[in-house]
Design a protein around this ligand. Sequence first.
Ligand code: GLA
Length: 371
Amino acid sequence: MKGYDYKVTAAGRINIIGEHIDYCGGKVFPAALSLKNTIYVRPNGTDSINLSWTTLPDKVKLDIGSLQSYANEKYAKFQAGCAHLWKSAGHKVIGCDMLYDCTVPFGSGLSSSAAIEVSTLAALATLAGEPLDKREIALTAQRAEREYAGVNCGIMDQYASANGKKDCAMILDCKSVTHEYVPFRLGDYSLVIINCNKPHNLAESKYNERRAETEAGLEILQTVLPVSCLAEVTPDMFSKHGGLLKGKVYDRCRHVVGECERVALAAEAMKRGDIKELGGLLNSSHKSLKELYEVTGRELDALAEAAQKHPACVGSRMTGAGFGGCTVSLVNKDGVDDFVKFVSAEYKKNIGYDCKIYNAEISDGITVEKL
Ligand code: GLA
């Protein structure tokens, strides 16, 4: 892009497995995508940040002296929130022009907002000549999401968006906020991402409700177990003490305990190249999210069910927060075309409108290029 000094990007993400356990201190298994947010940025010698978008006619000017006052801006609140939190933490924020170009589809469960927040912070740090501390960037972006989007989210999306690595997934330990890369090798299989195209209605409030249910469950289990988070509760401990929990709180916690175990098995399966085993774990994860955690809904269930029926598919599940958004499926390479045709037709027949298939690769998180 002519006239700009840097091109800074941060990625959207998929989560292979480990859903709704990041805020319980669990380990999750995400990867960054080639769908990403790009910012073209240059210093402008003023006390403002000027925002513009390749896909919107809007232009917004943020006064660096009053960054806290933009919380109601429709498109600019995330950028203002990030810049405000960054500045409050003692970082230098200098006047600049930022042009946004986002290829992560909005509301798709692929973390467009994390990509926008993380790239904004990376661009501010780059302009100020600061080294990029990707962990700090992710933690600040998570705060922005909590305070400006009203979602009491975990660290997975922002962390994967910042720290993702080409051709690698990561085991992210959400308690210590550290990661280990695992080569993303699927052998004869491909990962297919499909959007059910249902808008996430009420997603924020239901998300916060689930989180509160797991916290209520933890508090009860802590009366008999020396654990600091739900992810420390082993299946054995749960079969002994889970009976203290009632109704939905029991179901939610049972999901968390089972999903933590599945992540460990999935990482081992990928390291061994056992993609069938990995696929089976994806199916169990979807079932648990449907029946125990209740975050799937008709549309995601229809997509996952159609996928799981196809002979080339060894596993399929919803990814992200749920209530809409995308599934991930592991499909034998030779069968991908037929799989896509089959799932698209089944989905249309059952739900009445089209789903959408994305072509994306596993890619880097933050990148910075001097133009
Ligand atoms: C959203 C949140 C994440 C995580 C997932 C569910 O994407 O932002 O922190 O909780 O939902 O796994």
